[in-house]
Write a protein that binds this ligand. Structure first.
Ligand SMILES: [Zn+2]
Length: 429
């Protein structure tokens, strides 16, 4: 398929962070073929880009997509009281079909809010892969492994994780890639973590893990290992450039240096951290000082409650400003970098910017919207003013997935109806 977007403004996110006005973008197959004035080539699809802004599709580096089914089900409550009572018993009763519809619901929500690629860790992941395939979005998926210190169970979990990697890597025209997903240092044995790091090296893929989300887990780590989580993972040889560590709220400066030295990627989840009252604020300035590649995640919908990465960019920047009493500490351009090029780098996806030769993951926003006028600063407008209703068209892997706010790949009404039904059914089990 080829697509020609005519007369559009572009936030390129190239190395010079160029903003182009009134240019054409031509995609051929799954790549961006040409960007410039008066592109004359014919294309199968033509989009009138006048009054629109093209941005690279956003990359959400941490979620548990099927948890959309739990949206609004454990709100405004203490995490360690509400989750064991409300979320975990229901999660244990999840069926494959529930995960499929919950995942499709999440895919729709992400596409409609300008996200074209996400990283996921959960179970029944074959179903999530099916939803990704059908919806047209791009994803890096992992089976979430937990052995609670039981080495025998760890071997079994790793078997499931490896099977998933073998079955799904590079499927759906390359839109689905895989990773390993050891849940956290406190739910996985040392053996499982070390073996995972080895296998990730063998397959050349990322590893997703939760790290230092709460103060309790830091205290427990010190009690159990005599080390803080990042120091412990460093000591067992786990940390590398393949690791995507979600949350990283409770880090010392020494730990941020370790992450930087090892090339670890961090998924900053400000909305989830605030909503669950994790207490701290991720030390983003110190991580930037240590050259850590920082990206954005929403976390699952039970702890956010949306999968809206536009909102996450804004909240992520504002939280740092408020916390440090410093309006310059994290600016809109940096937040946009986290959500685009850094996210793509973490997931090893050749996207994250609108440049010739890159994967054609392009989102169009309608600039003729009250919240986006005037256009003094298009980066600020996107990060601080935009919302999902401004997203009009979405191209992923060179295919038109949404046109004029209408999803083309799946029947949206049916997905909403089925997701509502399975969610209610699940809560009654
Ligand atoms: Zn998570």
């Amino acid at each position: 398929m080829s697509i020609l977007i005519k007369n559009v403004n572009v936030l390129t996110q190239n190395s010079r962070r160029e903003i182009l006005r009134d240019v054409d973008i031509l995609t051929e197959g799954n790549r961006i073929e040409k960007i410039g004035k008066n592109v004359r080539e014919r294309a199968e699809f033509k989009i009138d880009g006048r009054g629109k802004l093209a941005v690279p599709g956003l990359v959400n580096t941490h979620t548990h997509i099927a948890m959309t089914l739990f949206r609004g089900y454990a709100d405004d409550a203490v995490f360690w009281e509400a989750w064991p009572k409300r979320v975990w018993p229901r999660e244990a009763k999840l069926k494959a079909d529930d995960v499929y519809w919950g995942s499709l619901l999440g895919c729709l929500e992400m596409i409609k809010s300008g996200t074209t690629c996400f990283a996921d860790m959960y179970f029944f992941m074959d179903e999530t892969a099916g939803a990704v395939k059908e919806s047209g979005i791009r994803a890096n998926l992992s089976y979430g492994m937990i052995d609670s210190g039981d080495v025998k169970k760890g071997k079994k979990e790793l078997g499931v994780g490896e099977r998933f990697v073998k079955d799904h890597s590079n499927t759906a025209d390359g839109r689905i890639q895989c990773s390993f997903g050891p849940h956290a240092p406190y739910t996985c044995s040392k053996e499982l973590l070390q073996k995972t790091a080895e296998l990730a090296e063998k397959y050349g893929i990322p590893v997703q893990i939760h790290m230092s989300e709460t103060r309790k887990e830091v205290f427990d780590s010190i009690k159990q290992h005599g080390k803080r989580p990042a120091e412990y993972l460093e000591s067992i040889g786990f940390l590398s450039e393949r690791i995507i560590a979600a949350h990283c709220v409770w880090l010392t400066k020494r730990e941020t240096k370790i992450l930087g030295e090892r090339g670890v990627k961090v998924s900053y989840n400000p909305v989830s951290n605030m909503k669950l009252a994790s207490g701290g604020v991720a030390p983003i300035p110190e991580m930037m000082e240590s050259n850590v590649c920082i990206t954005f995640g929403t976390d699952g919908a039970v702890s956010n409650n949306s999968l809206n990465l536009i909102e996450t960019m804004k909240v992520g920047a504002l939280l740092q400003k408020a916390h440090r009493w410093d309006a310059e500490i994290l600016n809109a351009q940096q937040a946009l970098d986290f959500a685009t090029i850094n996210g793509a780098r973490a997931l090893r996806t050749d996207a994250g910017s609108i440049e010739v030769g890159k994967l054609a993951d392009v989102v169009l926003l309608d600039l003729k919207s009250p919240n986006l006028v005037p256009s003094h600063n298009l980066v600020s407008n996107f990060v601080y003013s935009a919302n999902p209703s401004n997203v009009s068209d979405v191209v992923i892997n060179g295919k038109l997935v949404m046109e004029r706010s209408r999803i083309l790949t799946v029947d949206e009404d049916k997905v909403l109806e089925k997701a509502e039904k399975v969610a209610f059914d699940l809560m009654g089990r």
